[in-house]
Design a protein around this ligand. Structure first.
Ligand code: GLC
Length: 394
């Protein structure tokens, strides 16, 4: 199969036009709406074909930005689409009122790298500014320089075992129990009108490693976009990126691993997931630290180095389940983050192995949502777009 061509075809098949806005659905049967970080992935993939469609994807996403700057994690452009995915009535009409990992600046930067279209970055910059400002302020009420999430779904890894302790769940529990806990949080969020500092303080105070790593990487690109536009914000965003990196070191680092924290005492959630590799993506490790992390954990056969790496949860965790949603399987977008992180530190040979195994997964099992890290068998949604990131694993 020519994966580049197949990727384009899948994105075209999943393209939707609603109310004059063009976007791509992650999977027509399972996920027939627009999602935040998915749209950023779509835009990154589309830059390999046509920046004009990549721009439309982003403009559609930011068109539903809230007055306070939040960009919602889901937009229900067509509520009638048949799906197993339950429609939740959140606070704000036609959108969820929570967010997702802030990959938008990255996607815009990639678009700009391809066509150097100054007018596009000028157009979208105010949306980016308000989104990242919202995260830097509303999501950090104690000014500790760590950005908080108010529901596990904001991490993009809905039922990752990182959230078991904050949700009061044991390492082994059913999918249903997990969903119920997250839905309870949504009810509480609705009651407190999605006021982030209030919701976080009262119901779910978590500082997640990938969210903060992604924030650092994106703030640095946002600073570069600001520079291209000759405005004065570049310094501000760079300083904030530095401050988050330092706070991550201060509050999350334990020995050689960064752990997410919960509660206002910032207790570390000592569960090893792929999250421990995201500081590579954010370039916040020294070369020596990066080397140790890779050899002690990534290449460790008892942790993350399986036949089809990278499992989302370490094999030696009690929560590990090779078929459990976000609790073990390999996902191509996660491989993409780790691949980019490895390149940041010059680990090109290991990166190449991840590329090769990602290609094998797609050849063997097609565009499935996630894969068994031992056998490569595909699970979850069909015609799922994240596999198309393979065109950017280059
Ligand atoms: C699932 C994933 C989330 C993704 C969404 C749409 O909920 O956990 O990360 O954005 O599906 O693909």
């Amino acid at each position: 199969m020519d994966l580049k061509q197949a990727s384009l075809q899948l994105l075209l098949n999943n393209r939707r036009n609603a109310k004059n806005f063009q976007h791509t659905v992650p999977s027509p049967d399972t996920y027939p709406y627009q999602w935040l970080w998915d749209s950023c992935f779509h835009a990154i993939i589309l830059t390999h074909f046509n920046t004009s469609d990549a721009k439309k994807e982003i403009l559609t996403l930011v068109s539903k930005q809230f007055d306070n700057g939040l960009i919602p994690h889901m937009i229900y452009w067509d509520k009638e689409s048949p799906t197993d995915f339950p429609i939740i009535e959140w606070g704000k009409e036609d959108t969820s009122t929570i967010t997702q990992p802030p990959m938008v600046a990255y996607a815009v930067w990639e678009i700009y790298q391809k066509d150097k279209d100054q007018s596009f970055i000028k157009k979208v910059y105010p949306n980016l500014y308000h989104f990242y400002r919202y995260l830097l302020t509303e999501r950090d009420p104690h000014e500790n320089h760590l950005i908080g999430i108010m529901n596990p779904d904001e991490s993009g890894e809905d039922n990752s075992p990182r959230f078991d302790i904050p949700l009061g769940l044991p390492p082994k529990h059913s999918f249903k129990e997990n969903t119920q806990k997250r839905l309870n949080l949504v009810v509480q969020n609705i009651e407190c009108k999605f006021d982030a500092p209030f919701c976080m303080r009262n119901f779910f105070w978590v500082k997640d490693v990938p969210f903060n790593s992604i924030m650092v990487a994106n703030l640095r690109l946002l600073a570069m976009l600001a520079e291209k536009l000759d405005n004065d914000d570049a310094n501000y965003f760079t300083k904030e990126a530095d401050a988050i990196s330092l706070a991550m070191r201060r509050l999350m680092l334990d020995d050689d691993i960064f752990y997410s924290t919960y509660g206002e005492a910032y207790e570390k959630i000592k569960v090893k997931t792929w999250a421990i590799f995201t500081p590579l993506f954010a370039k916040i490790l020294s070369q020596e630290e990066a080397g140790k992390l890779v050899s002690n954990h990534l290449l460790n056969k008892n942790e993350f180095w399986t036949n089809f790496p990278i499992p989302t949860t370490s094999l030696d965790e009690p929560a590990f389940d090779p078929q459990g949603f976000w609790r073990g399987p390999t996902w191509i977008a996660i491989n993409w983050f780790i691949y980019k992180g490895l390149l940041n530190y010059g680990f090109n040979d290991i990166a190449k192995k991840i590329k090769k195994s990602s290609l094998e997964l797609l050849q063997k099992s097609g565009f499935r949502e996630y894969f068994n890290p031992f056998t490569g068998e595909g699970w979850g949604a069909h015609n799922f777009t994240w596999g198309c990131l393979i065109v950017d694993i280059n």
